[in-house]
Ligand binder design. Structure first.
Ligand code: PMM
Length: 267
């Protein structure tokens, strides 16, 4: 059964939930709600990775996420830390996180892979071509799915060299990261190139700009948010069908329902 990762952003500036959970108590409450709705993993982030976002000091990031991680882990949830920083990854694991989710695949912080190797956490390795502030500068591809798969394979090699066992890896093509518009569809269409690498695959399409482009909605109003959540439920069901092990979403309930319908179809 496809695992649903529920997103809990503890940031004042994340592009899609705009700081609504920028408060530990509210973030914990939100995480518990997603857990009750059927999330198998709660992915906690304290630094926005949206295009153009500024970097946050790791100490500020940790102040935001550690209380939330500790509380949700204490409630029995499986928690993931969404971070680019090795120090935050280690502190999060100490606070109870069981997965480190690094959209940069170890490229943003050279200490990340050895730090993760020293823990027992699983590692979600994202496809990345540079920091959020200028990620579209590197967004040219000839055969997107193949190139992304090749670069993910290099990431697997870096992780293995640092001492992370292959069974601990989860690969993510990084939808929206250094990928403009149609490139994201090219990657999703060619997902078998990535599942063929033999690792668990995580797909994050939730509320992303390439969906807003298809729906022709503005990126930031509430109505557009609902429509992007519906679109996300569809892409998540299609990703599951294409072999994704997990999908990372804001609206857990909608995706849970979409996955249940897709499962019924498959019989
Ligand atoms: N996308 C965002 C943040 N973290 N992590 C993984 N593994 N995959 C993604 O696609 C991904 C991610 C950006 O979205 P958000 O700011 O709404 O969380």
């Amino acid at each position: 059964m496809t695992v649903i990762w529920g997103i809990v952003n503890v940031t004042p500036d994340s592009f899609s939930d705009g700081g609504r959970f920028f408060d530990s108590a509210r973030a914990i409450e939100h995480g518990l709600r997603l857990w009750r709705e059927g999330a198998g993993v709660l992915d906690i982030g304290g630094e926005s990775t949206r295009p153009g976002a500024e970097r946050v000091d790791p100490s500020v990031e940790q102040e935001r996420v550690l209380p939330v991680i500790a509380a949700l882990a204490a409630e029995g949830a499986t928690v993931s830390i969404d971070t680019l920083n090795a120090s935050t990854a280690v502190a999060a694991v100490e606070a109870g996180a069981r997965i480190v989710n690094d959209v940069s695949g170890g490229l943003a912080d050279e200490r990340m892979l050895p730090a993760v190797a020293g823990t027992e956490a699983d590692y979600a390795l994202g496809h990345w071509r540079g920091p959020s502030a200028d990620m579209y500068a590197n967004a040219t591809y000839l055969r997107a799915a193949r190139e992304v798969a090749g670069e993910l394979r290099e990431g697997v090699g870096r992780a293995a060299a640092a001492g992370i066992a292959p069974s601990r890896l989860i690969l993510d093509p990084g939808i929206g990261f250094a990928k403009a518009g149609d490139t994201n569809w090219d990657v999703l269409r060619g997902l078998d190139e990535i599942t063929a690498l033999g690792h668990r695959v995580l797909i994050g399409t939730s509320r992303k700009r390439f969906l807003a482009e298809v729906l022709q909605v503005a990126a930031d109003d509430e109505i557009s948010l609902e429509r992007r959540d519906l679109a996300t439920a569809v892409t998540s069901a299609l990703a599951a069908r294409a072999g994704a092990w997990a999908v990372r979403v804001h609206d857990v309930a909608a995706t849970r329902d979409a996955l249940a319908v897709a499962r019924a179809w498959e019989g």
